[in-house]
Design a binder for this molecule. Structure first.
Ligand SMILES: [Zn+2]
Length: 369
């Protein structure tokens, strides 16, 4: 298996980076009508700046309101709007789902894509894939693209003003990165782009975890006050760039498969991707029979920043064996990243790990109340 590493063509991050968006597009040679697919709050955040800077640089653009779910009907609707507008560049602004939709539209029309996340809630912005859900929020499939985004531009002033829960969820997604890359590498399995894991991807994944441990709590404290500090900048980079490159070129394993499994439980629909991935990470550590001190360390980190450590923290007060089976079946379905583990997994293994991780988490919470 050949080693493969991929990344966006350009990554730009910093306070008020949106002011540089038009100049960055010109620098990248991305000309013509820009169709911006934006969620409602993203629109409020960036529209005035787009009017000013795109106007000053003579870049024609229009904004299409994103309806909220990255689903097949929504991708089709946005694609038709892009065709109607004769868009030459697709720009996604908002959370992971708006960006996933923008990437799907750009791929369908073979157009360049720019991602402007307004939250640092997931590892999605840098990737060459979209996660597609049914209109009512059940995980359906991943769409994989030939190329990563042409440009990812992260305005940290906007992200620092977003509700802190998003930054915490992004840390949950980033928490899985090191453990999933490590497993994929050790099992000689393929990363998300079908190659063996490079030293670069391993280094990035490790740095992602170290950054969370070092800066996580300070970043949360700052963002609770709406403050943008160097620690916040580093956590935004960990959640967006390190976790993005880390999961794609490092690989996924049980943590993300458990996330996909949890989406079949309606109780978890109010919870964010990264919140479910954090619990999925604990399930992975239990399944891999990791040292209990390591599991306790990860739980302590989760508690220190407010990430879930039990199913109760994800809205499932008591898990029935029927529901556990449903989640487990989804998590080990063919094609799921749980098969990147170095051992074969049965429904019973997965089901038992769900119950065990939950019990360890509840016990940890009781002892540290
Ligand atoms: Zn993720």
């Amino acid at each position: 298996m050949l080693k493969v590493f991929c990344s966006p063509a350009r990554y730009v991050q910093g306070r008020d980076a949106t002011l540089e968006l038009a100049a960055e597009l010109i620098r990248m040679g991305l000309t013509g009508h820009v169709l911006c697919i934006a969620g409602p709050s993203a629109r409020r955040q960036i529209e005035p700046t787009l009017i000013d800077t795109f106007g000053a640089h003579g870049i024609p653009f229009s904004i299409l309101d994103f309806a909220g779910q990255c689903s097949v009907p929504e991708i089709t609707r946005c694609r038709e709007a892009a065709e109607h507008a004769e868009a030459a560049v697709i720009l996604g602004a908002g959370g992971g789902k708006a960006l996933d939709t923008a990437r799907a539209v750009a791929n369908a029309l073979d157009l360049p894509v720019v991602c402007c996340p307004t939250v640092a809630a997931s590892d999605a912005p840098c990737s060459a894939l979209s996660v597609v859900y049914s209109p009512d929020g059940i995980f359906e499939k991943c769409l994989f693209y030939r190329r990563n985004p042409d440009l990812v531009l992260v305005d940290t002033a906007i992200i620092a003003r977003a509700p802190v829960r998003y930054l915490i969820a992004g840390m949950g997604d980033a928490l899985a990165t090191w453990f999933e890359a490590d497993t994929t590498h050790r099992a000689y399995k393929a990363n998300t782009v079908g190659g063996a894991v490079t030293l670069a991807a391993m280094g990035i994944a490790r740095l992602c975890y170290q950054t969370l441990l070092q800066d996580g709590q300070a970043a949360i404290a700052a963002v609770r006050e709406g403050a943008l500090t160097p620690a916040v900048e580093r956590i935004i980079e960990a959640n967006t760039l390190l976790s993005g490159l880390g999961f794609e070129s490092g690989g996924l394993a049980v943590a993300h498969a458990v996330h996909n499994g949890l989406t079949v439980a309606p109780q978890t629909h109010a919870y964010l991707h990264g919140e479910k991935v954090a619990f999925g990470t604990l399930v992975q550590l239990v399944l891999e029979d990791r040292d209990s001190t390591e599991i306790q360390d990860v739980m302590a980190f989760c508690r220190s920043v407010g990430l879930p450590i039990s199913l109760q923290d994800l809205g499932i007060a008591s898990l029935s064996s029927e529901q556990a089976r449903e989640i487990a079946e989804r998590a080990i379905a063919p094609g799921e990243s749980s098969h990147n583990e170095p051992f074969a997994l049965s429904v019973a293994d997965m089901q038992d790990a769900l119950f065990a991780a939950d019990a360890i988490g509840r016990d940890f919470a009781a002892r540290h109340a």
